[in-house]
Design a protein around this ligand. Structure first.
Ligand SMILES: [Zn+2]
Length: 183
């Protein structure tokens, strides 16, 4: 390696992403670590746990706010690496025919149902529940399933529409159907 410093895979953030190696493994070009999908999923979960830990702190000052944001970004970055790897075969996933978003007042959450004309794609989700708050909705945008990412945009749209009603006289709508022409 000459004068180059070898990065140990223990400390490497795999920040250049991962590449296909001998199937079913992926390779980090920076440290040479090889991981299969299960290990990459664990790597994503570690970032999620670190993020959750920072949210568990009771006292919130400016510094812990920065830590939270950094850890959230790391979660998004790792998920992106994961779903880009998974995306190769998912690129052919059929698009939904219709998405129904309904508001559940009791749980203050949205239920999102994804309908397909063709048989449901393997591993494709038909139902997603998400709290009626912007952060968890935006978090769905890095979901590995492209149709869940698509649906999250519709939930976001419906959430914004409902927020607009808060100060008005009419109650906000409880459901909204998005047809294929809107997807
Ligand atoms: Zn690495």
């Amino acid at each position: 390696m000459g004068g180059l410093m070898k990065i140990s895979s223990e400390n490497c953030m795999h920040s250049g992403g991962l590449r296909s190696a001998v199937a079913p493994e992926y390779l980090c070009p920076a440290c040479g670590a090889r991981m299969d999908v299960e290990e990459i999923e664990r790597w994503v979960r570690e970032a999620e746990e670190a993020r959750d830990e920072s949210y568990a702190a009771v006292e919130v000052d400016e510094f812990s706010q920065i830590v939270r944001e950094e850890r959230q970004r790391e979660v998004y970055r790792r998920r992106k690496v994961l779903y880009e790897l998974r995306n190769l075969p998912l690129g052919l996933a059929p698009r939904p025919e219709m998405i129904l978003v309904s508001y559940d007042a009791e749980g203050d959450a949205y239920e999102c149902r994804i309908f397909y004309k063709e048989p449901r794609p393997v591993g494709g989700l038909e139902r997603v529940n998400v709290a009626a708050e912007l952060d968890p909705i935006l978090e769905l945008k890095s979901h590995p399933d492209p149709n869940v990412r698509l649906a999250s945009g519709k939930v976001e749209e419906f959430h914004a529409l409902r927020q607009g009603f808060v100060s008005g006289d009419d109650p906000p709508p409880l459901r909204r159907v998005f047809y294929s022409s809107e997807l």
